[in-house]
Each structure stands twice: as structure tokens, then as C-alpha cells.
Design a protein around this ligand. Structure first.
Ligand SMILES: Cc1cc2nc3c(=O)[nH]c(=O)nc-3n(C[C@H](O)[C@H](O)[C@H](O)COP(=O)(O)O)c2cc1C
Length: 496
């Protein structure tokens, strides 16, 4: 299925990207305030645009660099990150991802002296994060955001389980960083245990991370699972961690830059807005917790990872999210033993893969499509924000939206095939909701399968006979049409 990833950290992965022509280095001097994001946005209006490494900023005493579009809309870079063949189709990548994300490999401890992130260690007043090229992305952002492509580590006090989450972080001063938790996040739950005892909550934040840590930090795994184990499984290699100095948490040893910090109970700052993944600002500024930075660890000339939030194909949350979220939803349906599911897809253009879920299934009994729709709508991997859940027959490839639209156009009779679920989980920045209704949203279940009631009488769809397809494919070169024959998802049933 895959060659295992042959890299251990962001620098090694960037070297791999370079050999694949997937990295562009920008040497010209760039302003981190709006210009870096403008270049990123403009360079990524086309699908599969490369990762961008910005090397030169004015007033950059630490020689920091900034990487944007680490993954973006590129399926190829997703494949290179997790060790899959970049030539696989999207649906093959989803199937492979389901296998890879089931594996768990715990991290390994390395001595502090052997950790590349400890090349430079600054403490207390020596730290000034305002000296870094911290981007302000969009004109009406509330300020510069140091944490977008960053992971935050917290521990569950009872079990010691280490959570890894991606939560945006506004920069307020040399050692003051905001932390924006959506209610229910595991990182917030960990901090709340400390605050309930009137104690500061401990965090570690890594600002230059490899793509696998970024991907697993932004997916939702069970509360008792550590994303460090998931990352190890995905890499088939242990994530290297080392001890922090001031908090009881591990530090990713091969990260580019890491802070250790404390969030004191009641210490809040006005946060936001930030131009977000769905193409709108995140809403009115509000009071959010603040990290007091105690220690800074970094590699020489650290590479900070920054995630531009923008509409597809420009946003950082693109191909990887579409593939990983689809894989998790299909896993959830499998865990509930829903039979006949052939595939699931979450198109990245639907607000970073969040709003549309397509489920392709072979209808096996009355109500099967309706069951799959309802369970997909509220399974843990899909319940947040998803608005459109579409069931299609198994002759439809869910990753092919031409096919999905065809099924919606021909097999769905809106008067009887739509159901609405109300009071579902949306989020505060959903612009379709009246302010008083937020964050409660709704979902529509679209049954675009052949009506089960007349499955037997349904008109036959045209499809090629498989034997003819195979012989034409074998002779493809004879016809001088160039390229490879297309892969087809469905064929005429010979004995129908
Ligand atoms: C670039 C990026 C920025 C994100 N920003 C936030 C954020 O500010 N707050 C938040 O709660 N979730 C944010 N998320 C989503 C969380 O990372 C995601 O829901 C993750 O599953 C949370 O982890 P947890 O469930 O372990 O808490 C962001 C995701 C990405 C990829």
C-alpha cells in the first residue's frame, strides 16, 4: 500500500518536497503584516500550489523563517507526508488512510541535550516573541497571530494522557499569547481541571511542526487517546519527545520552536477576530485565556508554520482534511456496523471539508439510505458544522462531484427525499445563523439514491461492459489518444 515516510521532522520533509518540486523558496524581503498572507493567497488560487518558504523579513534578529501552504489543496503533499503513493486516487487515499490511522505507536523520550529544539533556549525576560515575523493575515484581523499552524499540548490530570490540538493564538506582547478554545475541545477540558482548583493550567505550544503533527492535532480523536500515538501510527515511527523545564509536559524534540507557558485563572485578553477557514472573520472580539510564556526553545533559524485561513483552494485546511475527515466518518459508520458503505467524501471546497458529506452505499433494505444519512449526520467525526449529508448509490464515486450532482439531479425528488435536522451543532461564526440562534444550526439529509420502493423498476443507467472496458484499456496505445485510460468506478452488470 505504501512506502513508509522517510523523514523525521519538518526540515527533512521539506527536503523531500524539494525533490518533488513541491516547495518554493521566497528570498525577497516580505512584510509579515498582510503581505505574506497576500502572496500566499494569490499563489494558491490554483489547485495543488506548492508550499511556500519565506526566508527574509526586516528586523528579524532570530533569523526566523515562515512556511505557508504546508499542505493546502495538495493531495500529493498529503501522500508524501504519510508515505502513500502520490498517484493514488482520492478514494484510494481515503481507504489507505483508514488503515494508517488505526495504528497507534507511543512516542519515545530523548535526552534534552539530544533534542534539536534545544539548540537555543531562552528563559523569562530573555524571551521576546514580538521580534519574530508573526503574520497578520487579513485586514480586519484583531492583530498578529503567532499560532495558526501550531499545536498545543495539554495533559489530562487524572491519566496523564497528552492531548494535541490546533487552536489559534493571537500575540499580545513579548511573553503573552492568546489561546482560543471552542467549547468542548479536549485541550480546554484539561485546562479547566486546573482552573477549577484555582491553579494555572500548563501548556506547551510548538510553532514549527511537521505536517503529520499538524494533521492529527486538527482531527478529533477520543478524549482518552493521545494524538502523539496517532501521529506515531501514521508515520510508523515514534514521535521524539523530551522534557520541558517549567511544566509537566513533553516537548516535541524535533519541532522548530516551542514555548512552555502557564494560563492563570481569570487572566484574559480581548481576542480576534481572525479571517477563518470558511471565508469570514471569526466574529466579534471576546475575552479569551492568555498564556504567560516561561521558556522558549528553538532550532537555529527556526521555521514557523503558519496556516492561512481562506476559501478553497487557498486555505491550509484542504486536501488532508477532506481525506482524513472522510476516513474518520467512514470509520464511525463501520463502528456502528452500518452495512454496504462503499465510500465517503467531504469536499474541501465546502468550508474546508466541514459542510458537505457524501455517503455512497449499496441499498440493502428499506430505510437503509435514510439510516446511513442520519447516522453520518451525527457521528462524532461529522456532527460539528456539517450542513449537507448526501446519500448516493454505490455506482457513484463520492469523490467525483460531477457524479454526485448527477445523482442529485436525477435520483432525488426533493418533495420526498429531503429531511431537516434542527438544533444541531454549528459554530458562532456561521454567517447563515441569526445572532440569537447561534451556535445552533441545522442539517439537511439528501437522499439521492434510487428510491428503494422502486429499485427493481428503476431505469437502467448506461455503463460500459467491463470486458469491453478492459480490452479497450489494453489497446489504449493503439488509438493514439495519449495518457492512460481512465479508471471507472462502475460497470454494466452482465447478468442483470
Ligand atoms: C489551522 C487550524 C486552526 C484551528 N483553530 C481552532 C481554534 O482556534 N479553536 C479551536 O477550538 N479549534 C480550532 N481548530 C480545530 C481543532 O484543531 C480541532 O477541532 C481539533 O480536533 C481539536 O482537538 P481536540 O479535540 O483534541 O481538542 C483549528 C484547526 C486548524 C487546522
Amino acid at each position: 500500500m505504501s512506502a513508509e515516510p522517510r523523514w523525521r521532522d519538518l526540515r527533512e520533509w521539506l527536503a523531500l518536497l524539494e525533490t518533488h518540486g513541491e516547495l518554493r523558496t521566497i528570498n525577497a524581503t516580505v512584510d509579515p503584516i498582510e503581505e505574506l498572507s497576500a502572496i500566499t493567497f494569490m499563489a494558491t488560487r490554483r489547485l495543488g500550489a506548492p508550499a511556500l518558504l519565506f526566508k527574509t523579513f526586516r528586523d528579524n534578529p532570530l533569523g526566523a523563517r515562515v512556511l505557508t501552504n504546508m499542505l493546502g489543496s495538495s493531495k500529493k503533499r498529503y501522500a508524501l507526508a504519510v508515505g502513500l503513493d502520490p498517484a493514488l486516487s482520492t478514494r484510494e487515499m481515503i481507504a489507505a488512510t483508514r488503515l494508517l490511522t488505526r495504528r497507534r505507536i507511543p512516542p519515545v523520550h530523548v535526552p534534552a541535550a539530544a533534542a534539536p529544539v534545544n539548540e537555543i533556549v531562552l528563559r523569562g525576560n530573555e524571551i521576546d516573541l514580538t521580534k519574530l515575523p508573526v503574520p497578520k493575515f487579513w485586514p480586519a484581523d484583531g492583530g498578529p497571530f503567532i499560532g495558526t499552524g501550531a499545536i498545543t499540548l495539554t495533559a489530562a490530570p487524572q491519566t496523564g494522557r497528552i492531548n494535541v490540538g490546533v487552536y489559534r493564538q493571537q500575540l499580545y506582547g513579548p511573553r503573552r499569547v492568546g489561546l482560543n478554545f471552542v467549547p468542548g475541545r479536549h485541550g480546554l477540558q484539561d485546562c479547566e481541571v486546573a482552573w477549577a482548583q484555582d491553579k494555572p493550567a500548563e501548556v506547551v505550544v510548538a510553532y514549527g511542526i511537521d505536517p503529520v503533527l499538524m494533521m492529527v492535532g486538527s482531527q478529533r480523536y477520543a478524549a482518552d487517546e493521545s494524538e502523539l500515538d496517532v501521529a506515531g501510527g501514521l508515520m510508523n515511527a515514534q514521535v521524539e519527545i523530551t522534557n520541558a523545564e517549567t511544566v509537566h509536559l513533553p516537548i516535541p524534540a524535533r519541532a522548530e520552536m516551542v514555548i512552555e507557558g502557564l494560563l492563570y485563572p481569570g487572566d484574559l485578553e480581548t481576542e480576534g477576530p481572525l479571517g477563518e477557514f470558511h471565508g469570514f472573520y471569526s466574529g466579534a472580539p471576546s475575552r479569551k485565556p492568555v498564556i504567560e510564556v516561561k521558556t522558549l526553545h528553538m532550532r537555529d533559524s527556526p521555521i514557523m508554520t503558519a496556516a492561512l485561513m481562506a476559501t478553497y483552494p487557498s486555505g491550509e485546511i484542504g486536501a488532508y482534511q477532506a481525506i482524513m475527515r472522510a476516513a474518520r466518518i467512514q470509520d464511525n459508520l463501520a463502528d456502528m456496523k452500518v452495512p454496504g458503505i462503499r465510500g465517503v467524501y467531504c469536499h474541501p471546497a465546502a468550508a474546508a471539508g466541514n459542510c458537505v458529506v457524501v455517503v455512497s452505499l449499496k441499498q440493502m433494505y428499506p430505510g437503509h439510505a435514510s439510516q446511513a444519512l442520519a447516522l453520518a449526520a451525527h457521528c462524532p467525526a461529522a456532527t460539528y458544522y456539517t450542513k449537507w449529508i448526501i446519500a448516493v448509490d454505490d455506482d457513484i464515486d463520492p469523490t467525483d462531484f460531477d457524479e454526485v450532482l448527477w445523482a442529485m439531479s436525477t435520483r432525488c425528488n426533493p418533495a420526498g427525499d429531503l429531511d431537516i435536522l434542527r438544533n444541531t451543532m454549528s459554530f458562532r461564526a456561521d454567517p447563515s445563523l441569526a445572532p440569537a440562534d447561534k451556535p445552533y444550526g441545522s442539517k439537511v439529509l439528501v437522499n439521492a439514491c434510487t428510491p428503494h420502493q422502486h429499485l427493481k423498476q428503476a431505469p437502467a443507467r448506461m455503463a460500459l461492459r467491463e470486458s469491453v472496458y478492459r480490452s479497450v484499456s489494453e489497446r489504449w496505445a493503439d488509438f493514439d489518444l495519449g495518457g492512460m485510460p481512465p479508471t471507472l468506478w462502475d460497470f454494466f452488470l452482465e447478468n442483470k
